[in-house]
Write a protein that binds this ligand. Structure first.
Ligand code: PZK
Length: 312
């Protein structure tokens, strides 16, 4: 699982490393934009009951981590996720233990309870787009669910549908999973509960977001299991785990503008960037104004949803 070593184990030389050491913690692994640590206990060993989830300011698009980072993105997403955990607390318990974290990661890290995680990506969709649209176009089903004819990119469902996927190893893409495969993997009781909670989280999220002019097209959540009950883990209803759309621009029939990454994608695909998506080459660095406008979109999402000002 280790994507980035902190230092070369033989030479001790530092290598390009987005997850530097944090005093009192051991680095476990890093995803594209987040880093996972374990606190070191009084016995000097990594604790097995807790994790520190750190959100970086890194941003990804078209499967690349871009440069430069988006200032405050990690803090905005962490604070938004914490706010959603509170909003959803009557629906589902969560893994958060404390926001008292080292100064180096203040505001963008959470100490959480380490759980046995379900080996399934729990996805719910309220609108048809992305991978769901591709499945529908092929045979009129999404995740084994027969949908009405005539739906288009951006069509809204009467109620969110559960479209689970496999947890692919890093660098690979998650594959759609049938509900029967989820039942086989975790048992029919947990599968039914995961489906119920995932769709309830998206439905409640959309009730709240609609009042603030944001649609949440789909979302991916992760659950752990404690005493046979599901506990919501990871991040929840952030722009990195979900598709946010501006409600006033929703127009089924074409790709909807992404709330957070529209400037990034638009610039990368424009002639100004000089980048050819099909080349396989890494994209060029984002211009300062694209970085600043993207930062403003993350802050706007946070402020509209929570109704509070984001304090740097
Ligand atoms: C866990 N991830 C994804 C998150 C990364 C990777 N409460 C938990 N217990 C056990 N495992 C996890 C969690 C949570 N949340 C989450 N992988 C394992 C992840 C952040 C950074 F690099």
């Amino acid at each position: 699982m280790v994507e980035h070593a902190t230092a070369d184990r033989l030479t001790g030389m530092s290598i390009a490393d987005p997850a530097p050491g944090l005093p009192g913690f051991v680095h476990l692994y890093s995803g594209k934009v987040r880093d996972l640590y374990a606190p070191i206990g009084d016995d000097g060993r990594a604790r097995e009951d807790q994790l520190l989830l750190v959100a970086s300011d890194r941003i990804s698009a078209f499967d690349f981590v871009l440069e430069p980072a988006i200032p405050d993105k990690g803090a905005v997403l962490t604070q938004l996720s914490l706010w959603w955990f509170e909003q959803l607390a009557s629906i589902v318990p969560n893994h958060v233990l404390s926001t008292d974290v080292p100064a180096e990661v203040a505001g963008r890290a959470v100490l959480v309870r380490r759980l046995e995680m379900l080996p399934v990506e729990c996805v719910a969709r309220a609108y048809l787009t992305g991978g769901g649209l591709r499945e529908y176009a092929a045979d009129g089903h999404v995740s084994g669910i027969r949908l009405p004819e005539g739906l288009v990119d951006g069509s809204r469902f009467d109620q969110p549908i559960f479209t689970p996927s496999t947890k692919a190893p890093q660098g690979e893409h998650d594959e759609p999973m049938s509900y029967a495969a989820v039942e086989a993997a975790i048992g029919s009781g947990l599968a039914a509960r995961a489906r119920e909670l995932t769709t309830a989280i998206l439905a409640r999220g959309n009730e709240i977001a609609a009042e603030r002019g944001i649609l949440i097209a789909d979302t991916k959540v992760e659950f752990g299991v404690v005493d046979g009950e599901l506990v919501l883990a990871d991040e929840v209803l952030t722009p990195d785990s979900s598709r946010f759309w501006p409600a006033d621009q929703w127009e089924p029939g074409h790709t909807q503008p992404s709330f957070d990454k529209e400037f990034v994608r638009e610039w990368l695909l424009s002639p100004e960037s000089g980048w050819d998506k099909a080349s396989g080459e890494a994209p060029p660095p984002l211009p300062e104004d694209v970085v600043e406008r993207t930062r403003a979109k993350y802050v706007e999402a946070y402020e509209r949803l929570t109704g509070t000002t984001f304090a740097r």
